[in-house]
Design a protein around this ligand. Structure first.
Ligand SMILES: [Zn+2]
Length: 408
């Protein structure tokens, strides 16, 4: 027994010593990295003999730090918003108009960049949700339900009416394509729609379109909205697909529609997306075909995108500006959004009287109440309200673990 206790004691002491040694080792590594970083900032001629020796002794760390530096610069460059000058923009839009006229099957892919004019922040732009979250900032926003389809949404819808656009694939959950009048069958909302809750117990799944953001209480892997299906009594769920989740709902995701559209596409037009996420969906890009057999790719975005190097044409401009020029080139009138025509009002299922208090989000109404009509307190609340829960603001972050390296 006494021996056992001694073994236990010594192993505990050993463990402690080992822990301490680990901590000291980490301290030493940090110190070396700091020193190397400091030396690397100096011009070569100004480095002392001792400093040069340190660099030589820690070649691995030097290489790693230089790589990180290059990477940081590349990332910074990708964040920059670039705008083509007016003449170049007009030229490029002319080429795009030509491609659209000649296209047999034009498919449009959209991202958050097309909604920024609707006061919905994009994800990776300088003030985007993603950028803010990475900086550790809280995301606040005036109420999302206040947003209306932008000129770009309306133009896309118009191009569909004119039979020029065959299908729209969007990563946006803001429901603005639906509200622009685009028919359900002509769109795939790959990451869901904040206005739609569904009963998956009913077969086929039963949809309830609402006039408010149904995702207030939902987050990653928690999709229950708290309301019940009026047919079978099961709990309804939202349709949002978070990072790390696989979207399995047939609607509004409509993956079938998206992949069929890509299969037939001869031109793909991407608007307002960094394509970092869309790029990963292989079936959207026909990458299994040789390059010459793939659809032509046109990209409109202010920042770098993951497909820039494969694009036939990259237009650096704001979506609304480009669409305005494009409609002119195509001899089409600029469409406007008319709240009275917004299909969401006819599609929506009203809440039952006992469900009226089941949410706290603002309801879209036929009469738009402009900001100026709000009282001072209301306006302040709307502007400073931090959006909690739901598709926006929480659950959209993606944890990234950094690999630690050892330097001796
Ligand atoms: Zn049901």
């Amino acid at each position: 027994m006494a021996e056992d206790a001694e073994v236990g004691l010594s192993s505990r002491t050993e463990r402690k010593a080992l822990e301490r040694e680990k901590i000291l080792q980490r301290e030493r590594e940090r110190k070396i990295l700091r020193l190397i970083g400091h030396v690397l900032k100096k011009p070569q001629a100004e480095r002392s003999e001792e400093e040069t020796a340190v660099l030589l002794r820690h070649k691995d760390a030097v290489e790693d730090l230089s790589r990180r530096h290059v990477r940081r610069n590349v990332l910074k460059k990708r964040q920059e918003e670039v705008c083509d000058d007016p003449e170049e923009l007009r030229n490029k839009v002319r080429q795009l108009a030509q491609a659209i006229k000649q296209a047999n099957h034009l498919v449009v892919y959209t991202g958050a960049g097309i909604s920024t004019a609707a006061s919905i922040p994009d994800y990776r732009g300088p003030n985007g949700v993603w950028t803010q979250l990475q900086r550790g900032c809280r995301v606040s926003s005036s109420d999302l339900s206040r947003a209306e389809p932008t000129l770009t949404h309306m133009c896309i819808s118009k191009l569909h009416t004119e039979n020029m656009v065959k299908h729209v694939v969007s990563q946006n959950c803001d429901g603005l394509h639906l509200r622009s009048g685009l028919p359900r069958g002509a769109m795939s909302e790959l990451h869901g729609n904040m206005f739609i809750e569904v009963c998956v117990t009913c077969s086929p799944a039963r949809e309830y379109i609402r006039l408010f953001d149904v995702t207030e209480r939902t987050s990653l892997h928690r999709h229950g909205t708290g309301r019940k299906c009026s047919h079978c009594g099961s709990e309804l769920r939202d349709t949002i697909v978070h990072f790390g989740e696989r979207g399995t709902l047939e609607q509004p995701l409509n993956w079938k529609g998206a992949s069929r559209a890509a299969e037939f596409a001869d031109v793909i037009l991407c608007l307002g997306s960094s394509l970092k996420v869309l790029r990963k969906y292989n079936c959207l890009w026909c990458m299994n075909r040789p390059a010459s057999k793939r659809p032509k790719l046109y990209i409109i975005n202010l920042q770098w995108t993951a497909k820039d190097n494969l694009a036939d044409l990259k237009i650096n401009g704001k979506c609304d500006d480009v669409m305005t020029l494009l409609m002119k080139e195509l001899n089409l009138d600029l469409p406007g959004y008319d709240r009275a025509q917004d299909p969401i009002f006819t599609l929506a299922t009203p809440l039952l009287p006992e469900e009226e208090d089941s949410h706290n989000r603002e309801v879209i109404t036929l009469e738009c109440r402009p900001q100026e009509d709000l009282g001072e307190a209301e306006r302040h609340a709307a502007e400073t309200k931090v959006v909690q829960g739901g598709w926006f603001g929480r659950g959209y972050g993606k944890g990234r673990r950094k690999k630690k390296k050892k330097y001796n």
